[in-house]
Write a protein that binds this ligand. Sequence first.
Ligand SMILES: Nc1ncnc2c1ncn2[C@@H]1O[C@H](COP(=O)(O)OP(=O)(O)O)[C@@H](O)[C@H]1O
Ligand SMILES: [Mg+2]
Length: 240
Amino acid sequence: MTAILEIRELSKSFGGLTAVDRVSFDVREGEILAVIGPNGAGKTTLFSLVSGFITPDSGSVVLEGAPITGLKPPAVARRGLARSFQIVQVFAGMSVLDAVTAAALLRLPLNEAIARARDVLDDIGLASRADAIPDSLSMQDRKLLEIAKCIATGPRIILLDEVMSGLTLAEAQVPLAAIRRLRDGGITFVMVEHVMPVVMSLADRIVVLNFGQKVAEGTPEEIVANQAVRDAYFGEDMDA
Ligand SMILES: Nc1ncnc2c1ncn2[C@@H]1O[C@H](COP(=O)(O)OP(=O)(O)O)[C@@H](O)[C@H]1O
Ligand SMILES: [Mg+2]
């Protein structure tokens, strides 16, 4: 299978702390890859390095065969990589439609961006909330908005940072269905997720980080069966 994203020996330290420590893995075209690990393991920093928000100390990132290491976020986004934020970010006074339109402006002039934003909202089931202020949305709809903003940029690959956190398993079903549908439409996903039943049901493969290092990589079955992973990082949570 072709790798859409190649992460090689990526490292980043903050002062004395190595947040991401020589991490390497491939993301295969069309897969849903989950990145898991305890708080502070380096998951969000890894996403920031790949998407250009932080420059790595060393290592490389290759997107569809072209190096993107050190490129700024808009340049990375134009090459087809979108990234959601763990903390939902909204500008004061913006409606849901405005927020998605702003994302669509990456590739489109304003009129087309508005039309594209409406299509994306329609597609993801948020059309009726287009004029709402994002703060007024339910937690579930906020998660859908985060995904909608990514989609609006016209990506080939999306990095989602804990988009299911704060949702019950029942509430997570709507964003989960949206992600499956988008994947079937050809978009590749890398997701940081804590909710293990979600990870197990959605991910094709899993990468496990701890203290900045990759400690395991494999199918959900392989990761569940990995005694070192169970003992050290998840205990009984893996059966949840
Ligand atoms: N900008 C920063 N400055 C200093 N330390 C940071 C910064 N960002 C992250 N860290 C530290 O790097 C480690 C990894 O953080 P993070 O990538 O957010 O982990 P995760 O997303 O897996 O919870 C943590 O110890 C965190 O405190
Ligand atoms: Mg994080």
